[in-house]
Design a protein around this ligand. Sequence first.
Ligand code: UP6
Length: 264
Amino acid sequence: NMRTPLLERESLTESPLNKKILSIMRTKKSNLCLAIDYTTVDEVLQMVELAGPFVLAIKVHADAIVDFSEEFTKKLTTMANDMDFIIFEDRKFADTGNTNLLQLHGTQKIASWADVVTVHAVQGNDSIAGVFRKVIQDPAYRLKGILLIAQLSTKGSLTSLNGYTESAVEIANDNRDVVSGFITQTRVSACSDLLNWTPGVNLDAKSDSAGQQWRGVDQAIEIQQNDIVIVGRGVTSSSEPVQQLKRYRQIAWEALTKNDTSIN
Ligand code: UP6
């Protein structure tokens, strides 16, 4: 087990975002992040209403929502505050620092409503850290951290090329005040401060027809030692989403806390 007990991690971490995440995990007994990839505001909000009590985080792709509006983000932030979950915008920033900043403040005003966003490592340290630090340190914005993409779940992903993942970890280690963790398949850092979030999780299917690769929760949490599972269509394409939410939450939480002496 590469993981430090949760309670210890919560008290050790210097990141306010990770302190909050670890505290929500413990109180809600959930290391489940739901990826809601619906295309209308109504569908997304209805699912948030159902999922709120069971999840640690709600992940969205704002640019996939055809009627995205400021009213939507107001409702989403209110629900997040009421139901105690993290708002995760999966923007996967991957450009020059200047453009990343423009997009962060652009039409969707991501910095104002998202707690955490994803950022590719491909553009290198100088286009990442300084830019996001400025926004994260400004109390005018909700944004509190970034997740660096160390490994993608997709078939043939170039993140498996020699040295890529290691370089992403290096950027994270050099910028712990900004980087709250990783998007990865296998745990990439033993550092208790950095959370390892993993997509590509589905208990009933192995792949879609567009490059996605899924594996089960035990593989993701026990064997590959991740902290948080990101589940999308396993829940959102089901005719019984609440049942699936309960199922994923329970299995993922048991897998995470099985050998954790600080949780019983
Ligand atoms: N995602 C992945 N793999 C990655 C990074 N991100 O699947 O390496 C995101 C997708 C989607 C969610 O953009 O929103 O995680 C997975 O959903 P799914 O379970 O329905 O495939």
